[in-house]
Design a binder for this molecule. Structure first.
Ligand SMILES: Nc1nc2c(ncn2[C@@H]2O[C@H](COP(=O)(O)OP(=O)(O)OP(=O)(O)O)[C@@H](O)[C@H]2O)c(=O)[nH]1
Length: 346
């Protein structure tokens, strides 16, 4: 069963953040490849009839890499472009080997750069497929060089390369997967409230920004709801903190059950919760909150609720939060267990 991702994918995807970091390494690998090939051309030299071709191809490859790094052409949502990146690298290395000493020269190990690049960005399966493609390229180079594949020396060369690429590719991709998992855990620890599993204040404040900006651009309404438990201190004092915790968790579950997946819900602090309801005006928000208060199936802990809506109660999330907080205090002062909308008569 696919586990529902609790974090919106674009701004909070650990793999995305990680790949952005690896992109720098990826371009450095490409430039290392160009440097090694240039060094080879300077120190060992190219076969006479291929010098110009090799220089032009190396310059073109360098241009491709430079353009990709400047344009930030590749990102994790376009994995096929990342794959193209490594295919171009494999193609360039194969063509270079074909134009120089073939697979018997020292530059065959350049394929390792393509394997590492793929392992860093594309995962185990894609890397294994690339290793197969590289082996096919080596076989092709042997055939083009009129070498006999079944000769012991060639079979040994092929096996050694295959084993080295498989081990390095697998280990690198597995390492990256491990880093992804631990980054994800850290990200969740940094953004979730441990008691309720809801977003914490830091994550909520980050996540409301794009929703607020989008609503303001399109002049679409949204509502901010502040919910504060009534008498949690009394529960703690009379029944102990475990009961207090249970009341907080119960409220969190009810809030989850009554909100949509597009709503943002957070435990903002001790006994205070925040909800942002995109595309929802005051009428929609109060209907939802009355359903929560009057849920016949579940008795929720006593709460006071304040609501403020864009655009009538404020022009920014901070202003709306302020208004909703004040409305919540009005609700509390009136005895709680009710919804008060900012600016409404008491
Ligand atoms: N059990 C438990 N208590 C908490 C937690 N976080 C904060 N509290 C307690 O919640 C209480 C909040 O106190 P107040 O702000 O006075 O809230 P209240 O007792 O609900 O009173 P009003 O808000 O005025 O209705 C404090 O006693 C905190 O120690 C928590 O995670 N678990």
């Amino acid at each position: 069963m696919k586990v529902k991702d609790p974090l919106p994918p674009l701004s909070w995807d650990a793999r995305r953040i990680q790949i952005q970091g690896f992109m720098t390494g990826l371009h450095q690998i490409e430039w290392l490849l160009v440097t090694l090939i240039t060094l080879y051309l300077v120190l060992i030299g190219a076969p006479d009839d291929h010098t110009l071709e090799l220089l032009v191809a190396t310059a073109a490859y360098f241009g491709f890499s430079l353009l990709a790094s400047r344009l930030r052409f590749f990102d994790e949502r376009q994995r096929w472009l990342l794959a193209l990146h490594t295919w171009v690298m494999i193609g360039f290395i194969t063509w270079f080997l074909h134009s120089t000493e073939g697979v018997s020269g020292p530059l065959t190990s350049l394929y390792l750069l393509a394997v590492v690049t793929s392992a860093l960005t594309l995962g185990v399966l894609a890397t294994m497929l690339e290793v197969v493609a590289i082996v096919a390229c080596i076989v092709l180079l042997l055939q083009l060089g009129d070498e006999r594949l079944m000769e012991t020396a060639n079979l040994t060369l092929l096996s050694i390369n295959l084993i080295a690429y498989l081990i390095i590719g697998y280990l690198t991709a597995a390492l990256v997967d491990g880093i992804t998992v631990s980054n994800r855990m850290l990200l969740e620890m940094a953004s979730q409230d441990p008691l309720t599993g809801l977003f914490n204040r830091r994550a909520f404040n980050d996540l409301v920004k794009p929703v607020d900006a989008m609503a303001r651009r399109s002049r679409r309404p949204y509502s901010v709801v502040v919910i504060d438990m009534d008498g949690l201190k009394a529960i703690n004092d009379a029944q102990g903190h475990v009961e207090g915790d249970r009341a907080i968790k119960l409220l969190a579950e009810e809030l989850k059950a009554h909100t949509r997946s597009s709503d943002l819900l957070a435990r903002h602090g001790g006994d205070e919760f925040l909800i942002m309801l995109p595309d929802t005006d005051a009428g929609g928000a109060t209907r939802m909150l009355h359903r929560l208060l009057a849920d016949p199936d579940h008795e929720i802990p006593a709460i006071s609720i304040g609501v403020a809506c864009y655009p009538e109660h404020g022009e920014s999330f901070d202003a709306l939060f302020e208004q909703a907080d004040q409305a919540m205090y009005v609700s509390k002062s009136l005895g709680g267990r009710r919804v008060h909308v900012a600016g409404a008569p008491r």
